[in-house]
Each structure stands twice: as structure tokens, then as C-alpha cells.
Design a protein around this ligand. Structure first.
Ligand code: UDX
Length: 453
């Protein structure tokens, strides 16, 4: 049974997952993108991103005739009930989210529409964008067409986007037109998730506040990690002890080289920008960003502390992607960390199970090695920056034996410090004191005259 006709504007990460999942739920979906090469590829079954389960979903629904692709608004919009805007809103020069593509999409939808369309903002858009989009489409309303605008932010994580879509924690809908929001909620009815229907700006803020909070949680534990290092505590145990408190929860408390990706950096910057230009002083958000930068730099400091100089040292890097199970390098900590090493004259060699091709396009003067073992050979330090499963099962004895100096910097706290020390590595984690120092024999005061006042 066909439930609804849906157009999704933007066949990028969010658009493609949204389109394929709505088709899977039984709707008639057409995905539009202005990138003709991408649409041509999709028509032939070439999925432009690496996302588990997506390819199967796209192919199955194309075959069932429920999912199609186009570059033409005149093909996608007339007769559609819903137009989801899922175009990118990149960071502008000041950290603001750039609305150029979203505005253009709204104009094109308005021009091509023939009847009532509910425009649904899926992309993360600055607070106030819903009103802006409503203003744009209002200019094209001439009595024959009417529009409603609903904000429906996505909370998809890369690597588990399909399952996040199908099993959401909540569905957030914001609109000045409650009826339209309720109609959109019908698209998600079978998913059985809690529903929040609110006004446009509040829905938009829920998305920013959620991402900023998660980034804050990570930066918080990274700040605790650097304090742990100085005071001799173990941040992994601290996080476990904190996370068992139900009010805190265990997720997003993994200390490491920090957060990257297409959302957190862009959204925290954009929220801080919106706050600052509206007379607020977003000091927490600024600190969250600064701590994230410090987390990356701390890798360099650990290497320098052990190796003396980094000039002409060979640094082997395991992991480029901003997190495992993706080839996405946007704002990946590895990219910045590699640049920091290169700035000090180090020779960098890298390996990543999925992101080598994208790495070649972004990095200069780096050697791309065929395996983790090849990365380690002759290296003075091995630096692990992404917690790929593959990196858990390496032959570390052989790796240790092949290195010029056995420094292992575990930027994601993947390994047991004791096991690595036993294999002969000089192991440095994130938020662990530099090697558990044995308790020193402290001379007693017996027999020593202590001046008392
Ligand atoms: C995030 C949000 O989770 C998602 O809801 C939103 O829609 C888009 O942004 P994503 O960017 O895919 O999703 O990545 P996520 O899994 O949240 O991880 C973000 C970054 O934080 C990664 O670089 C990851 O390595 C890092 N991270 C995560 C930590 O450093 N520690 C943690 O405990 C968790």
C-alpha cells in the first residue's frame, strides 16, 4: 500500500537515508539532487556514501518502484504531499550555518508546486530558518498553492543511520501549523517513538542543544582525562563510575582525541555564533570547542615528551576516519593531528580500513601504507586515532618488534595499558597517568625534629 508521496531535496547523507527509509516504510519517494553525476550514479545503483544497510535498502526500493531519483523539481514536486529539505548547511566564515542551498531549495519547491505542499526542514538549520523558509515560499503563493513549514530535525549517526531512522529515541516536529505537524507525525506512526510537537524555533533549538550537549559530555570527560593524567587517576574507571549513575549515563563518556564529523563541530560553532550575535556570552560552548582542540594537541605533546624531538621521526597513524565504520574525514581529529606532526618535521605514515581514498585527497606528503603492520615498521611511534575493530586484533608482538622505538599512543583508550607494557611498549593512553608509578618508599619522620608552632 502506498502511504504518501514524498520528495526529498538533497541526496546526500541525510537525504538518502531519509528517502530510502520512507520508501521502505511504504511511501512513494523521489530524491532530488542538483548534482547530475550523483543522480546518474544512484539510478545505476551507485551509492555515493559508505553507510551500512543503505545500499540494500536503496536497491530493494528502486526495484519495488517506490524510490526514484531526479535532478528536476518539475518531476519531483507537482503532486507531492511532502517536500523534505535535506540539503547541506555548511559552516560559513564566522561559524554561522550557510543557508544558501536551503533557501534555493525552498524557492524551487515553491515555483514547481501545483497544490498544497508541507515543506519539512530536515537539515540542521539555524534557529529562525523555518520562519525564513515560510517567508520565501509565501512570496510564491498566489491562491492556487499553499504551504506549511514543519521543522523535523534528524538525529542520525553515521554508521548506524538506517537503524537510527527506524528506531528513533524521539520524533521532534515544530510548526506554526499544528495540523501540518500532526500530518508529518503520521509518516513516523509505525515507528512507535515518543513525539514532541512544538513551535518551529523550539524544534530547531532541540537539534542544536542535543548535539551541543553530546559534544559537551565528550569535552567534559576529556577535561577530566587531562586532570586524571596529572593526578594519577584512570579516566576509564572514572567514566565507568560516573556512567553507572542513571542521571549521568555511560554514553559519550569515552575520553580520547575528541569529536569530529559533519555535525558536532559545525553545530557547536553555529550555536555559539547565534548566541554571540544575539547578545549572549556562550562561554561553555567556547570552552567545549577549546577542550576539543586541546585533546588533539595532547597527542603531539605525549609524543614529544617521549621522543624529545619530532623532527625526522617516523610516526605511524592507525585510523583517519572521525569514528569507526565510516570513511568520513570531515573535521576528523586525525587530519589535524597529522598536520601538527608534519609541522614539527615528522614523517607520517597512515592506514585506515575505509578512508584511504578520501585521505589521499586531503593529505600531502603522507605515506599510505597497505596494512597496520606496514605502518608500524621502523616507526618511532604508533598513534591510534580511530577505534576500528580491526585495530583490536593486531599482532602487537610483531608490531613492537618491527618498530624503531616502541611508543604506542592510544588516542581512543582501546588497549590494556598493562598488556601493552608487558609486550614492551611505552604505552600512553588518554587520561591515564604516564605508566602506573609504583608507590615510592617515603622516609618516615621518626626521630626527625619537626618544628611545631
Ligand atoms: C552525531 C550525533 O550523534 C547525531 O545524533 C547527529 O544527528 C549527527 O552528529 P555522528 O557525527 O555520526 O552523529 O557521530 P557520533 O557517533 O555522535 O560521534 C561524534 C564524534 O564524537 C566522533 O568523532 C566520535 O569519535 C566522538 N566521540 C563519541 C568521542 O570522542 N567519545 C564518545 O564517548 C563518543
Amino acid at each position: 500500500m502506498t502511504l504518501a508521496r514524498i520528495a526529498v531535496i538533497g541526496a546526500g547523507y541525510v537525504g538518502l537515508v531519509t528517502g530510502a527509509c520512507f520508501a521502505e516504510l511504504g511511501n512513494q519517494v523521489i530524491c532530488l539532487d542538483i548534482d547530475a553525476a550523483k543522480i546518474e550514479g544512484l539510478k545505476r545503483g551507485v551509492i555515493p556514501i559508505y553507510e551500512p544497510g543503505l545500499e540494500e535498502l536503496v536497491k530493494a526500493n528502486v526495484q519495488r518502484g517506490r524510490l526514484a531519483f531526479t535532478t528536476s523539481y518539475d518531476e519531483a514536486i507537482p503532486g507531492t504531499q511532502f517536500a523534505f529539505i535535506a540539503v547541506n548547511t555548511p559552516s560559513g566564515a564566522e561559524g554561522e550555518a550557510d543557508m544558501t542551498y536551503a533557501r534555493k531549495a525552498a524557492e524551487s519547491i515553491a515555483q514547481a508546486a501545483t497544490g498544497h505542499v508541507i515543506i519539512v526542514n530536515k537539515s540542521t538549520m539555524p534557529i529562525g530558518s523555518g520562519d525564513q523558509i515560510a517567508g520565501i515560499v509565501a512570496r510564491y503563493t498566489d491562491g492556487t498553492r499553499s504551504f506549511s513549514v514543519v521543522s523535523n530535525p534528524e538525529f542520525l549517526r553515521e554508521g548506524s543511520a538506517v537503524s537510527d531512522f527506524m528506531h528513533p529515541d524521539r520524533i521532534v516536529l515544530g510548526s506554526t501549523d499544528r495540523e501540518a505537524a500532526e500530518v508529518v507525525s503520521g509518516l513516523y506512526a509505525t515507528l512507535g517513538a515518543p513525539l514532541i510537537i512544538t513551535d518551529l524555533r523550539t524544534a530547531e533549538m532541540i537539534k542544536y542543544a542535543s548535539n551541543a550537549f553530546l559534544a559537551t559530555k565528550i569535552s567534559f570527560i576529556n577535561e577530566i582525562a587531562s586532570i586524571c593524567e596529572q593526578l594519577g587517576a584512570d579516566v576509564s574507571e572514572v567514566a565507568r563510575g560516573m556512567g553507572l549513575d542513571k542521571r549521568i549515563g555511560p554514553q559519550f563518556l569515552n575520553a580520547g582525541v575528541g569529536w569530529g564529523g559533519s555535525c558536532f563541530p559545525k553545530d557547536v560553532r553555529a550555536l555559539a555564533y547565534m548566541a554571540a550575535v544575539n547578545g549572549c556570552h556562550p562561554q561553555l560552548l567556547r570552552a567545549v570547542m577549546e577542550i576539543n582542540r586541546d585533546a588533539r594537541r595532547s597527542v603531539l605533546l605525549k609524543a614529544r615528551a617521549e621522543l624529545g624531538t619530532l623532527n625526522e621521526r617516523v610516526i605511524g597513524v592507525l585510523g583517519l576516519a572521525f569514528k569507526p565504520n565510516t570513511d568520513d574525514l570531515r573535521e576528523a581529529p586525525a587530519i589535524e593531528i597529522i598536520h601538527l606532526f608534519q609541522n614539527e618535521g615528522a614523517y607520517v605514515r597512515v592506514y585506515d580500513p575505509a578512508a584511504m581514498e578520501k585521505g589521499r585527497a586531503m593529505l600531502r606528503n603522507v605515506e599510505f601504507a597497505p596494512s597496520p603492520a606496514a605502518v608500524a615498521e621502523g616507526a618511532h611511534a604508533l598513534v591510534v586515532l580511530t577505534e576500528w575493530d580491526e585495530f583490536r586484533r593486531l599482532d602487537f608482538a610483531a608490531i613492537r618488534a618491527s618498530m624503531a622505538y616502541p611508543l604506542l599512543i592510544d588516542g581512543r583508550n582501546m588497549y590494556s595499558p598493562a598488556a601493552m607494557a608487558e609486550l614492551g611498549f611505552v604505552y600512553r593512553g588518554m587520561g591515564l597517568s604516564a605508566g602506573k608509578r609504583p608507590l615510592q618508599a617515603v622516609p618516615r619522620l621518626d626521630g626527625v625534629a619537626v618544628a611545631r608552632t
